[in-house]
Design a protein around this ligand. Structure first.
Ligand SMILES: Nc1ncnc2c1ncn2[C@@H]1O[C@H](COP(=O)(O)OP(=O)(O)OP(=O)(O)O)[C@@H](O)[C@H]1O
Length: 488
């Protein structure tokens, strides 16, 4: 066998009392696409962070092309050696343009302008994002587009091994397929690829080797030959829930029409019933996400009624006052405050309700946090620890719990609520969504993923150019019907 490009040997990382990695080793060979799997908090990001220099391990050895790398202060040296990482949240300067971002802090910065432009345009085209303008301010791009720019940035300069931490969480089917094609090309040209994902089907289709972490330990490391989804599920956690458990119709409690939502679009009126979960399905970048934003007052011009009254919130504060809660697709950017505890992040909009005469009731706060933690299985550090010490999936659960569990809304707007969370967390979120609907909440889920709409929704509107096509959950396979309506 050839020499590994990167070797990590006997690596251990602890954070306080948490053993995030326990004496583990991983060798990455040219031409491999390694699927790195594990439940939220299993240690995947920690392993990626050690390999890319963001976390210094307590113990262990790392070599690149057989040469020892120091364990501390290495991110620049590793990037120069072609070891790149694409995080769940794109690491781009939102105030700069696309072209500037691709060249930022790379050797390209020292090249003539014309060459920078050419390399940046080629890099965008190579990740299937040639339609994004080099001049576009990154802050104006959608989450999925920013992620593609980030990948283009890694691709623009010398690349040996690329780590991708949940790269497709916010991408639609078309972009995901294009990205997978690109990763196969990279591997065929001798690069190493490490692909962190919760999507077992993607990993089985794409990866050449599968590595599973559980509680900081590698519990499976196998070539991807003859492995089934069932075997992966069992290896992930012997007690885990079955993925993609079937949809359950709601058992309705007392339903009240005050939560009924009607939205007038130029061509039709869309109706959203209390007690039901209705999907808005389309490609990434389609209008399903814009519609949610306008219902939350983030953009003007929605023509809607909620209950009996006209509904046109002037901003998020007015929307929340009207009982409208929103979980955005980019939860890290829009919702979490780094430096604050998980508990304060959970309760942020509701803190007033927990105080009497200006004094916060710690007992009630703790009880509320504990209830949310148990309902969505938020795992990791303590409630009083900084939100940044929680894993990505657990941070997402904190945002979802904030808007779904702490205070019950009238209208609940969810943008890709199960993206980036593991198989059992998907089920927990699905159960919580169903419970909200059963209590009479109107729930609207926007997604570019047909399996997410299938998991959560009773019916859906499918976005097709200017029109929305209603797709009821019928006798035929729901996902097939959604895709047929999208492509018809
Ligand atoms: N900076 C930190 N401080 C304290 N604990 C941390 C820190 N970073 C990670 N941890 C803990 O280490 C463990 C592993 O976290 P890690 O982020 O590697 O998990 P993960 O497998 O990537 O999870 P996810 O799928 O949710 O992103 C978790 O228990 C997490 O709470």
């Amino acid at each position: 066998m050839s020499t590994p490009i990167v070797s990590l040997e006997n690596v251990s990382v602890t954070f306080g009392a948490t053993r995030a990695l326990v004496d583990e080793s991983l060798h990455i060979y040219p031409g491999e696409i390694i699927g790195l799997l594990g439940h939220n908090g299993a240690g995947k990001s920690t392993l990626v962070n050690v390999a890319t220099g963001a976390v210094a391990p307590d113990r262990g050895v790392m070599t690149v092309d057989g040469h020892n790398m120091p364990l501390r202060g290495r991110p620049k040296a590793l990037e120069a050696a072609g070891i790149k990482v694409i995080h769940q949240e794109p690491s781009l300067a939102t105030n700069l343009r696309v072209g500037e971002n691709i060249c930022l802090a790379t050797p390209l910065e020292r090249r003539p302008k014309r060459e920078r432009k050419r390399v940046a345009a080629d890099a965008l085209a190579s990740v299937g994002a040639g339609s994004i303008s080099l001049k576009a301010p990154v802050g104006d791009l959608s989450f999925g587009q920013r992620q593609l720019v980030d990948i283009a940035r890694a691709h623009a300069t010398d690349l040996r091994v690329i780590f991708l931490d949940e790269p497709t969480a916010a991408l639609g089917k078309k972009e995901t397929t294009a990205l997978h094609g690109l990763l196969v090309e990279l591997a065929q040209s001798g690069k190493g690829v490490v692909y962190v994902s919760h999507r077992l089907k993607d990993v089985l289709e794409l990866c050449t080797r599968i590595v599973i972490l559980r509680e900081g330990r590698i519990v499976m490391d196998q070539e991807n030959v003859g492995i089934t989804a069932a075997a992966l599920t069992a290896a992930l956690s012997p007690s885990s829930a079955t993925p993609g458990a079937t949809h359950r119709a709601g058992e309705l409690g007392a339903i009240d029409d005050a939560a009924k939502l009607m939205v007038n679009t130029p061509h039709q009126t869309l109706g959203f019933e209390p007690g039901k979960v209705t999907g808005l399905f389309g490609m990434a970048g389609d209008r399903q996400f814009d519609l949610l934003e306008s219902l939350y007052g983030l953009s003007r011009g929605v023509d809607a009624t909620l209950g009996d009254a006209r509904f046109a919130p002037s901003g998020p504060r007015a929307a929340v006052r009207a009982g409208v809660h929103y979980v955005s697709a980019d939860r890290e950017r829009d919702s979490l405050i780094d430096g604050m505890s998980a508990r304060d992040n959970l309760l942020l909009p509701w803190l007033k309700q927990f105080s009497r005469f200006g004094v916060i009731s710690n007992r009630r706060v703790r009880r509320t946090y504990d209830a949310s933690r148990d309902e969505l299985s938020i795992r990791g550090a303590r409630d009083i620890d900084n939100i940044s010490s929680f894993s990505g999936g657990n941070r997402q659960k904190v945002v979802i719990a904030r808007w779904m569990l702490v205070s019950r809304p009238r209208l609940l707007l969810l943008a890709q609520p199960t993206q980036g969370v593991d198989v059992s967390a998907r089920q927990e979120i699905a159960t919580a969504v169903r419970a909200a609907a059963s209590a009479g909440v109107t729930v609207v889920v926007a997604s570019a993923e047909s399996d997410e709409i299938d998991l959560l929704c009773d019916s859906a509107y499918v976005c097709r150019s200017e029109e929305w096509r209603p797709v009821p959950r019928g006798v035929r396979d729901f996902q097939e019907q959604l895709l047929a309506a999208l492509l018809a």
